[in-house]
Design a protein around this ligand. Sequence first.
Ligand code: SAH
Length: 344
Amino acid sequence: MNVIDHIRESHDLTRDELELILTTDNKEAVEYLRSSARAVADGVYGNKIFMRGLIELSSYCKNDCLYCGLRRSNKEAVRYRLTEEEIYECCETGYGLGFRTFVMQGGEDGWFTDERMCRIVSTVRQKYPDCAITLSLGERSRESYQALYDAGANRYLLRHETADAEHYGKLHPADMSWQHRMDCLQALKEIGYQVGCGFMVGSPFQTIDTLYADLQFIRSFQPQMVGIGPFVSTHNTPFEGYPNGTVEMTLRLLALIRLLHPRVLLPATTALGTLHPQGRELGIRFGANVVMPNLSPKMHRKDYAIYDNKICTGEEAAECRACTEHRIRKTGYETVVDRGDFKE
Ligand code: SAH
């Protein structure tokens, strides 16, 4: 308990404290971790959980990340990309459902050039001046990030995946570099985006030490958002036979991130909901304060298959929103659909 109070007060932890918290089987200690993290989240954001509308733009990807179902070597993956019209329709539906943040995510698809992507962002910006636009399109040049920002994007999600360069090398092919990913995050921050980093919990070759590096990176980078979810072993990838990350470990890390960085916007992710029927609700109980229901057109949902057994692929946007809201209310929280900016 002392350890958790110490983390909560100092916003720091030692490597041994991390190990203790991730390995303990003392239920009371875990419950104390949970209630502390939730109290910190309540103190900053009250009982409000922010909803963001997720639009999955494209399942084409030029990268070959070893964990991801959309990697270019996966010849079985079904590829689609939304047309500009479809993207605008998703936003219109989402706006009607009350969403005030649109998250546009996709594989690194060369079709979405700066010219096209800037046109999309500025069209959405003009149509919905009261909405936040979040992009999650992987690594692009600084000039590209700047142009998209100037076109009206406000936030960018780019998980760092691991803060340990050697570990990064085991999760990615040789033509991808940890340094480049870090440089992208730095550039996004300098340009003025609200930035999100993050990592998978239980990815192959992850250790207490790499996780400790992740938490220290979050402490020093001070992102506005952190996305974490369990690694989900996925067919037709080199990590097909590796075990999934666990819900338990993800929850403990969510709570720790909340204690280390109290104001962070922290989603209860779909991957967490994939490994446990109440995964997202548990995430909220452990300090998460964001959920991202899917607004993508139903016909393409199942094809944005970054990992196996992804949930919510058979629903329309309205159903997804209603279901999410219902789940959150049952947990005792209230969903809000305003922009939900980071509290400076
Ligand atoms: N191409 C974009 C978006 C990637 S998808 C980018 O590079 O940022 C968003 C996140 O899904 C990734 O950052 C990764 O952490 C996660 N992800 C990919 N494959 C996964 C898997 N098998 N299990 C769990 N999460 C996965």
